[in-house]
Design a protein around this ligand. Structure first.
Ligand SMILES: Nc1ncnc2c1ncn2[C@@H]1O[C@H](COP(=O)(O)OP(=O)(O)OP(=O)(O)O)[C@@H](O)[C@H]1O
Length: 790
């Protein structure tokens, strides 16, 4: 029985192309004066919040009635009930997320149409279901982000409405039709930039905020890009790459909800601190179904976050590890050094090299992954042992001919197979493997590493793998171990049930054919951003459409898509976004590409900031094995974070990293020149902390230190909870983060800590939104010295 539900028009149902309700000019006409416009917007705001409250109440009522329903013994009703419960809960989460700054923008179009733009779309409950609020992601909202006086997109006036706690605080108008700015604008701002500058000047809270009210044109192009392949977004620090990544996720979920809500969106970030920093942005946009993960956490059940020497991570991240691991697995398929003699049916039975070599050959030639080839190995071994036993008991004394029939021998084989001790003895030579214990065993044995490494790794590389501090249990894995675990799982066929394997192989085959077709169609030239998509290319993309991927995912249990994806190593995502992607090793890319067979990805990073020695300086190099030249490149050029004064210092370092790179244009100036203080080495800690405490801003101050000084500083800072104002961090943990003020300590030591130390310094110098101080005892790197005042 199917129940019918009278559902209010929930936000997700708001049609994106419905013309708006307001007719002609509204009460807040430009000549109406400040108060009138604020009052008119307040009236609208009251109406839209009242509607939101009604939606919320109705949804709460329906959810409560679902929860009261009885239907546990009817599976169909139960499953229907679960999906309604989930839908209502998600809608409620969306309403709550939209509460803050629900309405923020208005477009007055040339023809008199008025469009109001907010965090979610809301339909009125009048007879026409007219649109009260357009979702910021709807196509009709787009001119809000794109229109300029030079290209008005039929917008005559753009209005920014600033609200707090359901009250209109200010109304700022931009006239795009050449009539000039409205002199009576509330709040005194007359250009779009004012809202942006206000956002950028706001004190940092330690959590990233969304930018729906001020998305800029070059960012909007990426957020709404219709490209169904790999999009690379390269940009200097502070150009909004992370912001763009998160808003793209929200946009894609809105636009392709039916596909992506089933297959899921994965966002990869560099570390836990970063994921915490960005964690609230998508929920604030009403999107909760996205899986945020580091590479180290992507292998289910493992939290790979233990630090390890950079050089070790380089070896583990190298693609040669694929062959090393394959060899290591083969090393576990052993031969008996001396025959093992067991008793079967009163006779001796010998498990010798001949039997195992035969069985091993059969298993290997099946070309199945190790664990899945195990039945082949055992079958062949039991056959050989049955033959051996038959020869012993059934050979004619006269001429040696076999007296037992084939059925007799088959019976013997079955009895052998049922004998636990014989089975156990055979399994020793082809053991069942699990990725985690396999890798732990490998790291624990110099001998294993030597044999698996063969001539693939040199002596030093093998020594790095067999380090004193190799992991001894699964809690000690490092970020670089996760891709290796994933690789081992592939090699041994772990957690891939037999019955799905054929289907999976066929699927992979189709994907690879589709990708080959794309290679041929697109040739080797990178596609230009503005290229129209060739219909043939679109056809080929259809072959690997995310919808097909989504249809493969089984809907099971009550878990959300993100939760299911997190626990399933073989989950393939509809879209994958990688932030700070320059840091990924080749092995990490390999793991990620397995999760993204449709290759619909947004890759965000800055190759001038690469500090991981296994990371990349060249997008083409990492992507070509997977998509050839078939990826699009966008460049973000405006720095929204770092004021000009600080960027001048960082630009000197950038020139040293790569003289051909154009530095970003800082949007603002803080009016505060960076300062530097030279002290004795013994006084560096005190001076840096003194400066950090003496900062002018109310927001966050970070002290960024070289790795070698971290412990000394940590002791001096004490319990971070006692001193929330100062955030102590190494450069790698500060990646992607920002603070109002930063104190960068011993730049020369930061440069010296790694062959990519200049990039580390570049990252450290570009974290502040207001003020940079440098505290040092060693001579400063020349690249920055000239731009610093003492
Ligand atoms: N259009 C915008 N409106 C308001 N704020 C913005 C906008 N674009 C970026 N920002 C802000 O600028 C700051 C830097 O953005 P973000 O962290 O995304 O830069 P990034 O390019 O990822 O930097 P990094 O390379 O250092 O990680 C953030 O505070 C972000 O919210």
């Amino acid at each position: 029985m199917t129940r019918t539900h009278n559902i209010d028009k929930a936000p997700s149902e708001a049609p994106s192309n419905t013309s708006v309700a307001a007719s002609g000019r509204d009460a807040s006409a430009p000549d109406g004066g400040t108060d009138e416009r604020v009052a008119a917007e307040q009236t609208f705001l009251d109406g839209v919040y009242a509607r939101l409250d009604r939606l919320r109440r109705n949804t709460q009522r329906r959810l409560a009635s679902e929860l009261r329903e009885d239907g546990e013994d009817n599976p169909q009703l139960l499953s229907e009930r679960e999906s309604y419960e989930r839908m209502y809960s998600e809608d409620l989460a969306k309403f709550d997320a939209a509460e803050h700054n629900l309405y923020f923008g208005r477009l007055d179009m040339d023809g008199g149409e008025v469009r109001r733009i907010g965090r979610i779309g809301i339909l009125d409950d009048d007879e026409d279901d007219s649109t009260l609020l357009l979702d910021w992601r709807a196509p009709l909202s787009r001119p809000f982000y794109l229109a300029t006086p030079a290209a008005t997109e039929d917008v005559h006036r753009r209005r920014h409405v600033r609200t707090r706690s359901r009250r209109v605080r200010a109304v700022n108008d931009e006239m795009l039709d050449g009539t000039g700015a409205d002199p009576t604008a509330s709040g005194g701002d007359v250009v779009n930039e004012s809202a942006l500058i206000a956002a950028l000047d706001a004190a940092r809270t330690g959590e990233m905020t969304d930018i729906v009210e001020t998305i800029q044109r070059e960012q909007d192009v990426i957020i709404r890009s219709a490209h169904r392949g790999v999009t690379v977004v390269q940009g200097a620090p502070g150009t909004g790459k992370t912001a763009v990544a998160l808003h793209r996720a929200a946009y894609l979920l809105y636009t392709h909800r039916d596909i992506l809500s089933r297959s899921g969106v994965l966002i990869i970030g560099p570390n836990d601190t970063f994921l915490r920093y960005i964690g609230q942005v998508l929920p604030s946009l009403g999107e909760t179904g996205v899986l945020l993960s580091t590479i180290g956490d992507l292998y289910p059940g493992v939290h790979g976050n233990r630090p390890e020497p950079r050089e070790t991570a380089v070896v583990k991240g190298d693609l040669r590890m694929v062959d090393v691991l394959k060899r290591a697995v083969r090393e576990r398929q052993t031969l008996p050094s001396t025959p093992i003699t067991l008793t079967f049916d009163g006779y001796p039975l010998e498990i010798d090299r001949k039997v195992i070599t035969h069985a091993r050959g059969r298993a290997r030639s099946s070309r199945r992954p190790h664990n899945r080839a195990r039945p082949v190995f055992l079958d062949a071994a039991f056959d050989a042992l049955a033959q051996q036993h038959a020869e012993r008991i059934g050979s004619s004394l006269l001429d040696g001919s076999q007296l037992l029939s084939r059925t007799d021998i088959a019976d013997i084989r079955d009895e052998l197979a049922a004998d636990e001790s014989i089975r156990a003895a055979l399994e020793e030579f082809w053991p069942h493997l699990t990725p985690a214990s396999f890798l732990l065993d490998l790291y624990a044995s110099r001998d294993h590493i030597d044999r698996a490494g063969g001539t693939i790794l040199d002596r030093d590389e093998k020594s790095l793998l067999f380090a004193d501090e190799f992991p001894t249990d699964t809690s000690q894995f490092t970020p670089a171990d996760a891709p290796l675990l994933d690789e081992v799982a592939e090699i041994i066929g772990y957690d891939e049930p037999d019955e799905s394997e054929r289907e999976r192989d066929e699927w992979r085959q189709r994907l690879s054919e589709a990708q080959d077709a794309l290679d041929i169609l697109t040739g080797s030239a990178p596609q230009d951003l503005e290229d129209e998509l060739d219909p043939e290319i679109l056809m080929a993309y259809d072959l690997i459409d995310a919808e097909q991927l989504a249809s493969r995912q089984t809907q099971r249990e009550r878990l959300t898509t993100a939760e299911r994806a997190q626990t399933d190593r073989t989950w393939t995502f509809g879209h994958v976004i990688v932030d700070e992607a320059q840091e990924l090793s080749p092995m990490a890319w390999r793991m990620l590409m397995r999760r993204t067979p449709n290759r619909w990805m947004t890759i965000i990073g800055d190759t001038a900031q690469t500090s991981d020695l296994a990371g990349t300086r060249d997008w083409g190099e990492v992507l070509s094995p997977y998509v050839a030249q078939r990826w699009r490149h966008h460049e973000l050029t405006v720095n929204y974070r770092t004021p000009r004064e600080i960027m001048d210092v960082a630009t000197g370092v950038l020139a040293e990293i790569d003289p051909d790179r154009t530095p970003p244009t800082s949007l603002r100036s803080s009016g505060r020149s960076p300062v530097s203080v030279r002290v004795d080495a013994d006084d560096v800690v005190d001076e840096a902390l003194r400066r950090a405490h003496a900062t002018e801003s109310d927001g966050l101050t970070a002290v960024i230190v070289p790795d070698e000084l971290y412990t000394r500083f940590a002791v001096a800072v004490g319990d971070p909870d006692d001193d929330r104002a100062v955030h102590l961090t190494t450069v790698s943990d500060a990646k992607g983060l920002e603070f109002d003020e930063t104190v960068v300590v011993e730049p020369t030591a930061i440069v010296a800590q790694s062959p990519r130390g200049l990039s580390d310094l570049y990252v450290a110098l570009t974290r502040a939104t207001q003020q940079l101080s440098v505290v040092y005892s060693e001579d400063l790197p020349a690249a920055m010295a000239q731009h610093l005042e003492s």
